[in-house]
Write a protein that binds this ligand. Structure first.
Ligand SMILES: C[N+](C)(C)CCCC[C@H](N)C(=O)O
Ligand SMILES: O=C(O)CCC(=O)C(=O)O
Ligand SMILES: [Fe+2]
Length: 342
């Protein structure tokens, strides 16, 4: 479905993004002046792990499963899963968050086995399983393994020998679809081979994985160098690496060709933008970051436009491509339904 040149933002960008955020040690609350009651850690050994918690003036602190967590009291009230606050059939909150007093504090807190009970001033009781709190706390989320992404350049990708998935296996087996999605999530590109070279089969492949996003180019686009649309894609010209539809409010990703006039920032910020753009472009244009693939009838390529850019060399002769844009939410949803972390 896609093209020759795939440039990939190499690990440098990831390194740039990796810059850590150092949280200053939380100032220890000075209770003497704030609360008459003696503040102490409540220690209990629940069935499997020890649990300690402390009611601070402005938050609840919990130590459990080797994690120190801190919860805002409004958060604890807002995430209540009681029948009156939460619709467990639709997994939707029925509590009106805006009705929660921003200065709310629990009247009592009690631990029973692995369940914490918060009783609020109006008598409402919210209960939380300790493991649910670990899983849904900010501190617990930080430990969660996020879907690994493999940052690559042409050499890394070639050496990885990532297998394509055969059309039949992709369409008819969950294993085939899962294998494909695993590679797609890891690398940002993935291939399906032996696809009957028709628009209908390309469409079938797309629908196996996601909804198809209709745009001004149609639902499935089928194009050649006939200049049927006023865009260089419909010519024989070379196209430098880019992503499509950056002019949409919900673009597939960013693209220098289609970039509109920059008139939303003052000149000095504009210059900083050009400097950053140049750094990115130099990185993208490094030959080692270019992976060339020869598309042929029957080979379908899926590209994650947020990670991988595409382009082509100029060409002669007759050439026809068909493809479509997919909706990211639905691609990720399909991956999650197959048990992948996406
Ligand atoms: C032909 N096809 C529909 C695939 C793409 C057309 C894209 C046009 C525009 N240059 C952009 O990058 O968004
Ligand atoms: O024709 C190609 O191989 C690429 C065209 C392109 O990038 C596009 O249509 O957006
Ligand atoms: Fe494109």
């Amino acid at each position: 479905m896609w093209y020759h040149r795939l440039s990939h933002l190499h690990s440098r960008l990831q390194d740039l993004l990796k810059g850590g955020v150092i949280y200053p040690a939380l100032p220890q609350p000075n209770f003497k002046s704030l609360l008459p009651l003696a503040v102490h850690w409540h220690h209990t050994a629940s069935k499997s792990l020890t649990c300690a918690w402390q009611q601070h003036e402005d938050h609840f602190e919990l130590k459990y499963a080797n994690t120190v967590m801190r919860f805002d009291y409004v958060w604890l009230r807002d995430h209540c899963r009681s029948a009156s606050c939460y619709n467990s059939k639709t997994h939707q909150r029925s509590l009106d968050t805006a009705s929660v007093d921003l200065c709310i504090k629990p009247k009592t807190i009690r631990l029973d086995e692995t369940t914490l009970f918060f009783t609020w001033p109006d008598g409402h009781v919210t209960k939380y399983d300790l493991n649910w709190l670990v899983k849904n706390s900010y501190e617990g989320q930080k430990q969660k393994v996020i879907q690994p992404r493999i940052l690559w350049n042409a050499e890394i990708y070639q050496q990885a020998q990532v297998p394509s998935v055969d059309c039949q296996s992709f369409l008819e087996t969950n294993e085939g679809l899962k294998k494909f999605l695993q590679n797609f999530l890891l690398y940002g590109i993935a291939f399906v081979e032996n696809v009957p070279p028709t628009q209908e089969h390309t469409e079938k492949l797309a629908e196996r994985i996601s909804l198809i996003r209709e745009t001004i180019y149609g639902r499935m686009w089928y194009f050649t160098s006939d200049f049927s649309r006023g865009d260089t894609a419909y010519t024989k010209l070379a196209l430098d690496r880019h992503t499509d539809t950056t002019y949409f409010q919900e673009p597939c990703g960013y693209n220098n060709y289609d970039r509109a006039v920059i008139n939303t920032v003052p000149y000095d910020v504009v210059h900083r933008w050009y400097t950053a753009h140049r750094t990115l472009t130099i990185e993208l244009r490094r030959p080692e970051n270019e992976f060339w693939v020869k598309l042929k009838p029957g080979r379908v390529l899926f590209i994650d436009n947020w990670r991988v850019l595409h382009g082509r060399e100029c060409f002669t002769g007759y050439r026809q491509l068909c493809g479509c844009y997919l909706t990211r939410d639905d691609v990720l949803n399909t991956a999650r339904l197959l048990g992948l972390q996406a």
